[in-house]
Design a protein around this ligand. Structure first.
Ligand code: SF4
Ligand code: SF4
Length: 395
């Protein structure tokens, strides 16, 4: 974005703060919408406050950032709830998460990026994944014992049209999601390939303003995908998908989230699970990519859905996006705990998402709550995989 465009957007904000609350009518109560403002409680943490900080930076009113200023900038999950709400109540579209990413880029250029985020650049430089892990992801489902020790590399068919891009978080923090996706592909008899040398998509770098460091990753992945000859890429991570759709050059291939891909398969399940679940909209999937229906229709096939108060455009964020999990874990876990409470209030026994980032953070919060109080936390593909038999049918 150009400087004039940014300042014009900032000056269009009337500081009404309606972007901090869910619309009153559907629930007949004022529910919070902005995790950052709600947790920290100061004006600077809400969207208009962050914009005021950006104005001050751009107009040269800040020469050295204080710790508090950095926290107001970076303790924001870039969930986009403020943007959606502002769009509803004002006649001007202020693209807030984009502005906040620009602000972080401005800070990174000045050398003010957080150490936690600089550390991710280092890890990616050394290992090509955001967690600095040096081992290979292994596929577990082919082994009855289920332990990853004896598991094997996933394989696949090098000339398949479908390529599954696993992503750092499903590889190294919630491998059960990658396991489930691969198991579904195998059960449905869909030929797939994996990237020979998959690198981080660069999402975390772009969201934390470290744009330059993302370029090499993107170039590598584009080259690998072109060489693969794949026609469709499937993602279980909405963050990777958003990055490929919005930040990568057009590679002439179809980019699909797992729920879009599987909804098109019209999977037939014989036995639905006897469980009440709430569906948590991942911010990148819902607000950023407008994918609300496919996860719901897929989930309705395998479980009984209970509705939460804050859903779709006004969903409460899980708390882990935008570099928050790595820099402000207490805030990230608080957001997740709030979401678990909402799911429980809706009568759910489990909270289901469609994003490895969401699952990881929600699961951690559920574990802290303890076994008795905690809810089950799943990704949709895990439940679909559970219901699907070997040689699973499509309608
Ligand atoms: S709703 Fe829009 S105009 Fe109102 S404070 Fe939020 S960003 Fe500014
Ligand atoms: S992106 Fe989310 S956390 Fe950040 S200011 Fe907007 S509503 Fe708050």
């Amino acid at each position: 974005m150009k400087r004039e465009e940014i300042l014009s957007a900032i000056y269009h904000c009337v500081k009404c703060k309606l972007c901090s609350i869910v619309s009153f009518h559907p629930n007949e109560e004022w529910l919070p919408l902005c995790p950052s403002g709600q947790f920290y409680g100061y004006q600077a943490f809400y969207a208009p406050g962050k914009m005021e900080i950006f104005r001050e930076i751009l107009e040269g009113e800040i020469s050295e950032p204080s710790e508090g200023l950095l926290k107001a900038v970076y303790a924001c999950t870039l969930c986009g709830a403020c943007y959606e709400k502002c769009k509803q109540v004002s006649s001007v579209e202020i693209r807030l998460p984009e502005l906040f990413e620009e602000m972080r880029h401005e800070l990174a250029v000045k050398g003010w990026a957080l150490d936690a985020h600089r550390g991710i650049v280092e890890k990616i430089r050394e290992t090509r994944n955001a967690y600095g892990e040096r081992y290979e992801y292994k596929y577990r489902y082919r082994y009855k014992r289920g332990d990853r020790e004896g598991a094997e590399s996933p394989g696949g068919d090098a000339d398949a049209d479908v390529l599954y891009y696993i992503g750092c978080t499903a590889r190294y923090r919630v491998p059960e999601i990658a396991d489930a996706m691969l198991s579904i592909l195998n059960k449905l008899g869909i030929r797939y390939q994996l990237m020979e040398d998959e690198w981080c998509c660069g999402s975390v770098l772009l969201r934390t303003g470290q744009v330059e460091a993302a370029k090499e990753l993107m170039e590598h992945n584009v080259e690998e995908i072109r060489r693969s000859g794949a026609k469709r890429i499937v993602f279980t991570c909405p963050g990777c998908l958003k990055t490929f759709r919005q930040n990568y050059p057009d590679m002439g291939v179809e980019l699909l989230h797992s729920t879009e891909f599987l909804a098109r398969m019209h999977i037939k399940v014989d036995d639905k699970l006897d469980i009440n679940v709430a569906y948590h909209d991942p911010c990148h999937l819902g607000r950023d990519l407008g994918i609300y229906e496919e996860p719901r229709s897929l989930l309705a096939e395998v479980a009984h859905i209970k509705q939460m108060k804050r859903e779709r455009e006004q969903a409460w964020c899980c708390g882990s996006g935008g570099g928050v999990k790595s820099a402000y874990d207490d805030f990230a876990l608080w957001c997740a705990t709030e979401r678990l409470a909402e799911a429980r209030e809706a009568g759910a026994e489990a909270l289901v998402s469609a994003c490895p980032f969401c699952k990881r953070n929600l699961r951690e919060a559920a574990e802290i709550e303890g076994k008795g109080a905690g809810l089950g936390v799943y990704d949709i593909v895990e439940l679909v995989n559970r219901c699907l038999k070997e040689g699973g049918a499509r309608r």
